[in-house]
Design a protein around this ligand. Sequence first.
Ligand SMILES: [Zn+2]
Length: 202
Amino acid sequence: MAISNLSITDDKWRAIVENDKSYDGVFWYAVKTTGIFCRPSCKSRPPKRENIRLFKTAEQALAEQFRPCKRCKPTGQRLPDHEWIVWVTEYVNSHYMENLTLHILAEMSHGSPYHLHRTFKRIMHKTPMEYIQKTRLEQAKKQLIGSDKSVAEVGKSVGLSNTPYFITLFKKNMGCTPLQYRQLQSKQAQNGGIQYGKSKNE
Ligand SMILES: [Zn+2]
């Protein structure tokens, strides 16, 4: 793997923190934890210094699989909406167990909440929050079948730590409570009729 040969000097770090436009074109910075890269002047929240990688060109960042920021458009082109939304869905898929809100997603993906909500809905035919819920319920179903965890533990591990809310949400979507779902599935398993991995996400 090619290693970018720019080190993070105090100078460059200051440029990032202060959104210093005079450094645009001098270097680009990528954030390892989000996989997104920006111009120094980007108004997005400053990342942790240890999570940053610097590049001399936007092409180098792209070549290392970083995605251009939606807000500062570091390649000079707009990030296509589709790619933006793909990034957001991937982020939800790997962070559904954490506290996720529209604002958090917007901040992580460097867009405005309003724009994210609209664009997501247009492309995915559901809102970001609906997508988060669906992902959590799919994961909960897997755990109800594949583990001995209590209902509260299952809820907690998929980001729904309010147990009554988890049960209500589950019932609303599945037509039965988590416990009923588990019992039903295990009965079907005993009858040899179970199909593991029915859900679409597998
Ligand atoms: Zn940016």
